[in-house]
Design a protein around this ligand. Structure first.
Ligand code: F6R
Length: 244
């Protein structure tokens, strides 16, 4: 039996509001929470609302610590296509968080395997993730855990699936610039979070349904979330409206 709760709303803005409210409640309940964060289009509206909450004095990030799910191998932090840059731009540079308390895997690590192991140890030494925010790929990936033979327990180096590379190639001038490898938290790292919140737009409705009700299988990595006791899926029926 799946424990996953599904909340369906009409607009992207409503979805972002619900997600931001849950994250805000977490921050207020435990001001030194460890937040697990994601990049991509799904959480951008949520981050915007957290920025507004902080500007209005309702939210204090000064003791918050964050760990991001993933990063491309080969991209520097100041590269606008890197996930570190995305997080700085959308959230960290706009709230009162201490940069030293924000962690994204190091895409330039000389030894990516060693970086992956160190990243996992870091999450553990922080006491684990209190609330993990996720998006989902069309193939059911979470983080960069692509459909595979098995579930990866820990942070690791991964070769990106063809479909993921195609979906993300729009951010790169030439298709050959798209990195082939990434560092990602493993399925085990994600499942060890105490609460999980997954966001998706209308194009993700079908894969979210499979993840919730299909067999638990590494063919659809997000299906493993059925085994976690505190997961909420937020699904919006409309894509984000372009700001005028
Ligand atoms: C991003 C990540 C990915 C995305 C997923 C959905 O850090 O880990 O798994 O969450 O690809 O991306 P969007 O939200 O752009 O549809």
């Amino acid at each position: 039996m799946s424990h996953i709760r599904l909340i369906q709303v009409e607009t992207y803005e409503e979805m972002s509001r619900l997600a931001a409210d849950r994250i805000s409640a977490q921050i207020q309940r435990k001001p030194d929470s460890v937040l697990g964060l994601a990049t991509g289009s799904s959480p951008v509206g949520t981050y915007q609302l957290l920025v507004e909450g902080c500007a209005m004095g309702d939210l204090d990030f000064s003791k918050i610590r964050t760990v991001n799910l993933d990063e491309y191998c080969g991209l520097a932090p100041e590269d606008p296509r890197s996930y570190r840059y995305f997080m700085d731009y959308h959230l960290f540079n706009r709230v009162n968080i201490e940069k030293k308390n924000t962690f994204v895997p190091d895409g330039l690590a000389e030894d990516p395997e060693a970086e992956a192991a160190a990243y996992e140890r870091r999450i553990e030494s922080m006491g684990g993730v209190d609330l993990q925010l996720l998006g989902i790929g069309h193939n059911g990936h979470i983080g960069f855990n692509e459909p595979a033979e098995g579930f990866a327990p820990n942070t690791h180096v991964v070769e990106l699936a063809k479909r993921t590379r195609e979906a993300n190639a729009k951010f790169f001038d030439r298709p050959e610039d798209m990195p082939r490898f990434a560092l990602t938290m493993g399925i085990g790292s994600i499942l060890r979070a105490r609460k999980i919140l997954l966001l998706g737009g209308p194009d993700k409705a079908e894969i979210m349904d499979r993840a919730m009700h299909g067999p638990v299988s590494p063919d659809v990595p997000a299906s493993v979330l059925q085994l976690h006791p505190d997961v909420t899926f937020l699904l919006c029926a409309q894509p984000p409206q372009k700001r005028k």
